[in-house]
Ligand binder design. Structure first.
Ligand SMILES: Nc1nc2c(ncn2[C@@H]2O[C@H](COP(=O)(O)OP(=O)(O)OP(=O)(O)O)[C@@H](O)[C@H]2O)c(=O)[nH]1
Length: 415
């Protein structure tokens, strides 16, 4: 029910828009309301696949969107959609740029495109016996763990085997500092030249919530463009690895064969989320420490609560330099996918992720509306100053701001 989940999700944020009376009745808002006011059946009516939709005519909800589009907007979306489902990389890149935009109208256009891609992907899934068309793998590890080297060799191996691989890199540093932990050097040089691979860094600004949304949406677009393996990479810093773990089928932790200090940054919580731990750089002099780390993590994992009824997390060693262990790592990943899919847990995980995604969107939107609300903006500098001087407590300041927000929201919505 992915398409349904997504439609509902957009409508939730839309309902917030209107109920909080943040937006006036602009054309943009009409697009939102068109979707929000549509009946439950309208959401379901966008579920039929692409060709079915064309046979029966477009769904009401989607048609409502399309009526509000100008001719040039419609042409742009048609061009992007056709290029994307036709597997054109340029169209995929342009579509991801559209979902990353901050421009309100373009954001709306991105949602129309996503609805169409979701409907198309559902059709693909139904041809696939209801099974997901792509395998989503999250990869995380401390800086220098060997992530890009690993993705490069695994990605090359997979494209040689006939897969289409996309790599989405989520860089948490871009959210806080505007800098980049991952983007400053050339990464995955060979894979980036491979015509069956698509590599895309996360946007360089915005909140983690924003990056989470755009990464989730980029995954949908990559799958629509025919990429059957989607790798989502992140550095093990901040909360981004938890966000990534919440958007993939399998979460893989990459650990270098380093001493205790270097491993201290690895959070216990994230080890619990790992379905597979790969000890990297297991070659030459590093084989001995790699074996030690493998043994340590194997015993540590035994003490942790099991996440799945059908899969026990494993710890393996691999070297991107010698290629030793790389095919075995992929074999473990396939075995995970098959086991979890057969038990239905994979599908269950995806369903649960839809809810997490919805709430992260709501959080992002509500906070943004709150911060942009005129009454909040007016009161904020003064209250912040009083809080920092210790004149009032943070709790009281928060209460006053929330009161200013809710009283003027309710008066504007009742007028
Ligand atoms: N010996 C050995 N060195 C490796 C291997 N894989 C990566 N390295 C080295 O480890 C260093 C870091 O590798 P990267 O692949 O850039 O690691 P990363 O995790 O992507 O690093 P960030 O981009 O900083 O997050 C480089 O100097 C690599 O040459 C390996 O399999 N064996």
């Amino acid at each position: 029910m992915r398409g349904f989940g997504f439609s509902l999700l957009r409508s939730s944020s839309s309902s917030l828009h209107s109920s909080l009376a943040i937006h006036t009745a602009t054309r943009t808002c009409c697009l939102h309301r068109g979707l929000f006011n549509s009946s439950h059946n309208c959401y379901q009516s966008i579920l039929p696949g692409h060709s079915q939709m064309h046979r029966k005519g477009m769904s009401t909800a989607l048609r409502q969107h399309i009526q509000d589009l100008s001719g040039s907007e419609q042409r742009l979306l048609d061009k992007l959609y056709k290029g994307l489902v036709g597997g054109q990389r340029a169209s995929l890149a342009e579509s991801i740029t559209l979902v990353e935009t901050q421009h309100p109208r373009k954001k709306e256009l991105a949602q129309v495109l996503l609805q169409r891609v979701l409907a198309y992907r559902r059709e693909q899934e139904s041809h696939n016996g209801g099974r997901p068309v792509a395998f989503r793998v999250g990869l995380s590890g401390p800086p220098g763990a060997g992530k890009s080297s690993f993705i490069e060799v695994v990605g090359k191996m997979l494209t040689e085997r006939g897969h289409k691989v996309s790599v989405l890199a989520v860089d948490p540093s871009s959210c806080t500092t505007g800098g980049s932990l991952m983007g400053d050097k050339t990464r995955m040089t060979e894979l980036s030249r491979d015509m069956n691979a698509f590599i895309r860094p996360s946007p360089t600004s915005g909140t983690l919530g924003g990056v989470t949304r755009t990464t989730n949406e980029a995954i949908v677009l990559c799958e629509g463009a025919g990429y059957d393996i989607v790798l989502v990479e992140t550095v093990g810093v901040g909360q981004s690895e938890f966000a990534v773990a919440d958007m993939v089928d399998m979460f893989v932790l990459l650990i270098p064969p380093a001493g205790g200090d270097e491993l201290q940054g690895i959070k216990r919580g994230i080890i619990e989320r790992a379905d597979l731990v790969v000890v990297t750089k297991s070659d030459g002099d590093l084989v001995v420490p790699a074996r030690r780390i493998q043994a340590e993590y194997t015993s540590a994992l035994k003490l942790l609560r099991r996440q799945s009824k059908s899969w026990n997390p494993k710890v393996v060693r691999a070297s991107s330099h010698t290629f030793e262990g790389i095919p075995e790592v992929w074999a473990k990943m396939e075995s995970y996918r098959d086991t979890m899919s057969a038990s239905g847990e994979l599908q269950g995980r995806r369903r649960a992720q839809q809810k997490v995604w919805m709430w992260s969107l709501i959080q992002e939107n509500v906070l943004q509306h709150f911060q942009n609300h005129p009454s909040v903006r007016d009161a904020l500098p003064h209250l912040e100053e009083r809080v920092t001087k210790g004149a009032i407590s943070p709790g009281l300041a928060a209460d006053l701001l929330l009161k200013a927000f809710s009283s003027s929201s309710s008066s504007s919505s009742s007028s």
